[in-house]
Design a protein around this ligand. Structure first.
Ligand code: NDP
Length: 273
């Protein structure tokens, strides 16, 4: 049977095996999908061993995405732009192809929630790996402006400089942020510690759409905060997780699974519904 898995550390709580097993059942693909948690300095060896032993493809998550970028034979254009790899496929001619499906997953989830990206003013919080992966797919939707704000401003500026050939993208400090945004995407890891990015409440209004890449059984700290300040449309990153997985599954198997039912089952599994 064709073997896939996700590499991460820690990865025990990953929902990827659950999601891909449902995709495989739905599309009648014969495959198994597991977990691998190599020591941080043993990822390269573990990856090699997996493919030497007949593995067909894998996902890569924290903290290995940047390292995976350097270990594959070839990169997709979107992985090259992102500077990180979250999906690897062994091609028929034996090449390890590195791809990045995170940004496509984010955009697919935003669209499935009916969020309009074209001509919109987007605020992206954070300038880490997730922000980097999101930038090209977001800019491909032709927003009127995309502003990046990050705790360490120089990193936001660096990203804005790197992606300015793809659209109107600027960097501002949290204190400089002003005017009306249509969409705020929180790609910081602040919610992991129950913390908030230092965003002024005045930036939140009833018609703004709020997206937190983090997810959990209850509202993230950022979503709770945005609701308190009047935001009516809030979304967490669970849909992004399922959509990036669907994109990876399509890369591996050449068949696109449906995501709605799988997202529902995942929510049930997490106790969200
Ligand atoms: P990184 O570690 O690469 O980046 C973290 C970012 O968060 C940095 O910009 C950092 O700022 C900022 N940050 C951290 N703590 C705070 C804080 N207290 N206040 C303000 N800013 C803060 O992480 P990733 O980009 O890889 O991941 C970010 C988040 O996105 C995680 O929560 C992750 O779980 C989620 N994610 C979700 C996915 C999904 O499918 N739903 C997919 C990928 C990621 P600084 O530069 O100043 O340190």
């Amino acid at each position: 049977m064709d073997r896939y898995l996700v590499f991460g550390h820690p990865v025990r709580h990953s929902k990827s095996p659950f999601i891909h097993t449902l995709f495989a059942r739905q599309t009648q693909q014969e495959l198994e999908y597991g977990l691998a948690e190599p020591a941080v300095d043993e990822f390269a060896q573990a990856l090699r061993t997996f493919f030497d032993q007949g593995g067909k493809g894998c996902n890569v998550t924290v903290p290995f995405k940047e390292q995976a970028f350097t270990l594959v034979d070839r990169l997709s254009p979107r992985a090259k732009r992102a500077g990180a790899v979250n999906t690897i496929k062994l091609t028929d001619d034996g090449v390890l192809l590195g791809d990045n499906t995170d940004g496509a997953g984010l955009v697919a989830d935003l669209k499935s929630h009916g969020v309009t990206l074209a001509d919109s003013r987007i605020l992206l919080l954070g300038a880490g790996g997730a922000a980097r992966g999101a930038l090209a797919p977001l800019l491909a939707e032709l927003p009127s402006e995309l502003v990046i704000a990050n705790r360490t401003h120089t990193k936001a500026q660096q990203l804005a400089d790197e992606f300015c050939d793809l659209g109107h993208v600027t960097a501002q400090t949290y204190e400089q942020l002003a005017g009306s945004f249509d969409l705020v995407i929180n790609s910081t890891s602040a919610s992991l510690q129950g913390e908030l990015p230092p965003l002024a409440p005045a930036l939140i209004h009833t018609d703004i759409a709020i997206y937190d890449m983090m997810y959990g059984a209850s509202d993230t700290a950022f979503i709770s905060w945005a609701k308190q300040h009047g935001a009516r449309q809030t979304m967490d990153g669970l849909g992004m997780l399922v959509e990036q997985a669907a994109e990876a599954f399509t890369v591996w198997r050449g068949i696109r699974p449906g995501t709605k039912q799988v997202l529902r089952e995942l929510k049930r599994n997490l106790g969200v519904i």
